[in-house]
Design a protein around this ligand. Sequence first.
Ligand code: NAP
Length: 243
Amino acid sequence: MSKVVIVTGGSRGIGAATSLLLGAKGYAVCVNYLANQERAHEVVDSIIRGGGRAFAYQADVSKEADVIRLFDAAEAHFGSVTHLVNNAGILFTQSKFVDIDFERFKQVMGSNVDSCFLCCREAIRRFRQGSAIVNVSSRASQTGSPFEYVDYAVSKGAMDTLTKGLSLEVAALGIRVNAVRPGSIYTDMHADGGEPGRVDRLAPQIPMQRGGTAEEVANSIAWLLSEEASYVTGSFIDVAGGR
Ligand code: NAP
């Protein structure tokens, strides 16, 4: 089967590293982005320079019409979409729970949970035997992220539950659904959370004594998507240095 993957939020960080890796592994890659067209095109150019196939596509994956448009565009470019990485996600400035306003809570749920639901549903409507989904959750789903972003942790908990439930519904169809739970990874996301140096601050508390790289997360995502993981579904890989 010719492999066509959509990577949501593929313009930066973990999504960019995953797009580059999957492009090198022979997937035709739809690199989705929200606003950062330039970075998305850099990822695409790099895949194409390496002999791969890719295109960039703007869509807000928290919106139903955008998600349908995204899948239609990928299909028009490369044929049937066979794989999906739900990577797009946001968080906001570190805050105590009582200081999180409701608008922010809804925005985090929209970007992290609505997007996962909408993309998974669209994928399952189009997928066939041998297809696979990887959701990019977080160790936050287990820790709860107290005093930082409980809203974000809640959204990742919802992604974990969606991963489990959906995986059981579609297992007999030969479609696999798994998730990775990264720990502290060097990306731009921590600046959005108000502390660009957060990973270095946390490093001494991580058993492996360092933060992770986007490429290390991408390796786990690529394995879960691949046939090497053919008997793995409803599973979670913590990519968190032992934390
Ligand atoms: P990042 O560097 O901040 O990149 C976020 C990506 O998501 C960007 O490509 C952004 O697009 C895209 N995006 C955000 N909202 C979107 C929307 N509504 N529609 C389409 N695209 C959207 O983040 P990252 O650190 O690589 O994180 C990627 C995933 O890993 C997230 O789900 C995050 O929760 C998870 N994670 C990260 C860490 C960590 O330590 N970094 C740890 C655990 C889990 P633009 O470039 O266009 O803005």
